[in-house]
Design a protein around this ligand. Structure first.
Ligand SMILES: C[S@@+](CC[C@H](N)C(=O)[O-])C[C@H]1O[C@@H](n2cnc3c(N)ncnc32)[C@H](O)[C@@H]1O
Length: 277
């Protein structure tokens, strides 16, 4: 019943900007996006829950990490605001409970879950306090693990050399990690800590900076179409120009100098681990 009401409400609102974007991205998302085992393994560790625990993934998209976490022995629920993404997720597992839901209005009772995770999504929320408060409400006692990147990390991606406007816009969209921690505390959470994540050459989920060591990856339109920075924030001209410069730099090996120029000790992504006691 709650699900039906929520669906009607989403329809009534004509969806949200984000719904439309991900309804479109959802069509080809899984061509290039899949759960990376290293990211999923670390998520599982940070959650610090026993096998069989009920865990919620917020903004689960097509459910790649929901399924990966389920396969580590958790009882998973996945929620997302996009109909298209949830429809794709539903095809992947009938063991997982999938719900179409805005993070600000989760269709669950108080204290339902032993933990929650949110992967590469908080930058899409129009504010953070209401979502964090809602996630706090549905967790009983347990951790909330966020995987994201900070504006500072993003501003050190070498992609900036080729797609400066899109990366600047993308970095601006990322919530600052200090701000994220502050809002988590305001919502009631205690901060356990932060762990930076460095992209490895064998990373399997093709998100924005997963091609750090595989520059050729960005020349592939299929890869770009699964990444919101390219799908939503970059103009056609910028992509065309950036790709042509990148292609040339790959051919002449100049790309190695560019990658070195942007090397940084900030890490590429970050886990923010919070807890409800
Ligand atoms: C980059 S995708 C990440 C999907 C998934 N976590 C993954 O890593 O594959 C971002 C997701 O956030 C979802 N999203 C954006 N705003 C949301 C909101 N207010 N409530 C729930 N989901 C939302 C989008 O529909 C999209 O599926």
């Amino acid at each position: 019943m709650i699900e039906v009401m929520l669906n009607i409400e989403l329809e009534k609102n004509g969806g949200y900007g984000m719904t439309a974007l991900y309804d479109e991205i959802g069509l080809a998302y899984d061509t290039t996006r899949k759960a990376d085992p290293e990211i999923a393994g670390r998520l599982r560790n940070h959650l610090q829950v026993t096998d069989g625990s009920k865990v919620l993934e917020i903004a689960c998209g097509t459910g790649n990490y929901t399924v990966a976490l389920q396969e580590t022995g958790l009882q998973m629920t996945g929620t997302d605001i996009s109909k298209e993404m949830i429809a794709k997720a539903k095809e992947k597992s009938s063991l997982i409970q999938w719900e179409l839901a805005d993070v600000k209005r989760l269709p669950f009772n108080n204290n339902t879950f032993s933990g929650a995770a949110c992967i590469l999504s908080i930058h899409h929320f129009d504010d953070l306090f209401a979502p964090f408060k809602e996630i706090y409400r549905v967790i009983d006692k347990g951790r909330f693990v966020i995987f994201t990147s900070s504006p500072e990390q993003m501003n050190n991606y070498w992609l900036k050399e080729y797609f400066p406007e899109a990366i600047a816009k993308s970095a601006k969209q990322m919530p600052d990690v200090k701000k994220v921690s502050k809002i988590l505390r305001e919502a009631g959470f205690r901060i356990i800590g932060h762990e930076t994540f460095l992209v490895q050459p064998n990373l399997q989920d093709f998100f924005l900076y997963s091609g750090k060591y595989k520059p050729r990856m960005y020349l592939d339109e299929n890869v770009r179409s699964g990444i919101s920075t390219f799908a939503n924030l970059a103009s056609k001209e910028e992509v065309k120009e950036g790709c042509s410069k990148l292609k040339k730099d790959i051919q002449t090996n100049k790309i190695e100098d560019v990658i070195n120029k942007f090397s940084s000790d900030l890490g590429d992504y970050v886990y923010v681990v919070a807890e409800k006691r």
